[in-house]
Design a binder for this molecule. Structure first.
Ligand code: GLV
Length: 356
């Protein structure tokens, strides 16, 4: 038995054969909860399924994840749990994988679709909380909040002086948003309506005029966005196309007084190039919640002072994390044919696999 695996879980899972009855008595289907989550959400799943969970929150190596998925028809995942062709091939009984995250670059959706595995994520419930955080990070970078706090904690504050930690204003400045989905739009509304910012955005496709008007946002090309923004916020989904969408060449187009905030995914920004631009003051400051190869952080980002660093917590309010966990559970329950939405999970990514 794998370390930490309960005898009950192994038995109830029907081992690898995925049995659905034992001596004529129907057995509950088995699901895997891959990371620790609110216990009451696990209990909700136990009303319908045999659940193997991971209360110790140890990160399972991929081989162990594959092994633990044997006999499971569904999985509750987070954005760091890979569900790719190898995992699917080793688990042909799998029918649904439900992320507690809006991002889903941990899923190979095409491979899931090819095998009839439903993928779901947790949009909407985290939009406003994540936009709040993006705004906070942008403001912290612009107004040098981390940098000045460290100065204070080091005991270096001996007197006030006229240009102590002067930064740049948010109100009245130009907010540039790269990626104008739900979260980008929520940031735009905060900037335009709350802080009197001029809002410009770049997106793969231009938004409807009504949404642009509501967000008071103007569409511009990517180069103009980089050149004009006083504060650039990145809210793109990660994909091979968005890998290093911001590298040395893009950073070179930005104003020396500009800030960059990334709340999307590591890998969209070339962190080494960003650390160099910050060290050389080619841009003023950055706020980063996501990193290439996280939880490892590029060592140069740890030594430059003009960057605010947070550990991927943009959606981390209690209410929102609970809403995300419950939505992921709703998806799993419905995808496997239970609950009030049986057969109609609220947020499918590949609804084509749902049979009528
Ligand atoms: C967090 O990064 C998410 O995708 O929900």
């Amino acid at each position: 038995m794998a370390p930490g695996r309960s005898a009950q879980g192994e038995d109830a899972a029907g081992g690898r054969c995925g049995r659905t009855e034992c001596a004529g008595v129907p057995m509950k289907q088995s699901v895997l909860v891959t990371r620790a989550v609110f216990p009451d959400v696990v209990e909700r799943l136990r009303e319908h399924f045999e659940v193997e969970d991971n209360p110790s929150d140890r990160i399972w190596p991929k081989a162990e994840l594959i092994e633990r998925l044997h006999g499971k028809v569904g999985a509750f995942t987070t954005g760091s749990v890979p569900i790719d062709a190898e995992v699917l091939a080793a688990n042909p009984q799998l029918r649904a994988v439900c992320n507690m995250a809006v991002g889903y670059n941990n899923f190979d959706v095409a491979a899931c679709t090819a095998r009839g595995v439903l993928c779901t994520n947790t949009p909407d419930v985290l939009t406003e909380t994540t936009a709040d955080f993006g705004f906070a990070l942008m403001m912290a970078a612009a107004r040098r909040i981390s940098e000045s706090e460290h100065f204070l904690r080091r005991g270096e504050w001996t007197q006030w002086f006229y240009d102590m930690f002067v930064g740049s204003d948010i109100h009245g400045a130009t907010l540039g948003i790269l990626g104008m989905g739900r979260i980008g739009q929520a940031i735009a509304r905060r900037g335009a309506h709350g802080f009197g910012m001029r809002v410009i955005y770049h997106n793969r496709s231009r938004l409807d005029a009504a949404i642009e008007a509501e967000c008071k946002a103007s569409y511009v090309g990517k180069e103009q966005l980089l050149r004009d923004a006083d504060h650039l916020v990145i809210v793109l989904p990660y994909s091979s196309e968005s890998h290093h969408a911001i590298g040395a060449a893009e950073l070179a187009l930005m104003k020396p007084s500009a800030t960059l905030t990334n709340i999307a995914r590591g890998g969209i920004v070339d962190d080494a190039a960003l650390a160099k631009a910050l060290a050389e003051r080619r841009i003023a400051a950055a706020g980063l919640d996501v990193f290439e190869g996280e939880p490892t952080v590029h060592p140069d980002l740890l030594t430059v002072p003009n960057v605010v660093l947070t550990p991927h917590i943009a959606s981390a309010s209690v209410a929102t994390r609970r809403a995300m966990a419950n939505l992921a559970a709703d998806n799993l329950i419905a995808a496997l044919g239970f609950g009030p939405n049986a057969g109609k999970p609220p947020s499918p990514l590949n609804p084509e696999v749902l049979r009528p």
